[in-house]
Design a protein around this ligand. Structure first.
Ligand code: ADP
Ligand code: MG
Length: 138
């Protein structure tokens, strides 16, 4: 089973990571990670968060999210198969990358701050458009 975990640096995606690692650990699977650096300007909230964290550029932030996830996976004794950093539209890039995988794991929420939404825009679009099983971690 090839598991692809989508990461955006949010608490939601951290929960998705934790769940995917548990799943992988219990079954002896490896995991892969993807982060997509949005090409279009991100939302105001996301930009403010990047600046607050003194991360530099969205590209560097993405590298950091992936590095963090790799470190946590190693600590948990889970093998990381592939680490994917893309630029573009997150939904489109995840849909392309998922072709090589059996299961996609996402958080229910991301970095956006529309609190009334129960499901983020990326995760809800993936649930509709994906041809693979999508696990939405709450
Ligand atoms: N740029 C991205 N790259 C990879 N995964 C992403 C990206 N944006 C969102 N995701 C995935 O989708 C989940 C939900 O985020 P999203 O739908 O963007 O919610 P929100 O609308 O709250 O930002 C995240 O927890 C993460 O798993
Ligand atoms: Mg988002």
């Amino acid at each position: 089973m090839r598991i692809l975990v989508a990461l955006d640096g949010s608490q939601g995606s951290r929960r998705a990571l934790r769940f995917a690692l548990k799943l992988a650990k219990d079954s002896g699977y490896s995991v892969s990670f993807i982060h997509v650096v949005p090409k279009l300007p991100t939302t105001k909230e996301e930009l403010i968060r990047l600046i607050k964290e003194e991360i530099g550029s969205p590209q560097e932030a993405g590298e950091r999210y992936l590095e963090e996830a790799k470190k946590i996976a190693e600590e948990e004794g889970v093998r990381v198969q592939e680490v994917i950093l893309r630029e573009g539209n997150p939904v489109e890039e995840i849909l392309k990358a998922e072709k090589e995988y059996d299961l996609v794991v996402v958080g229910s929420r991301g970095m956006g701050r529309v609190d009334r939404l129960l499901l983020g825009s990326v995760s809800s679009k993936l649930v509709v458009a994906s041809t693979k099983p999508v696990l939405v971690v709450r």
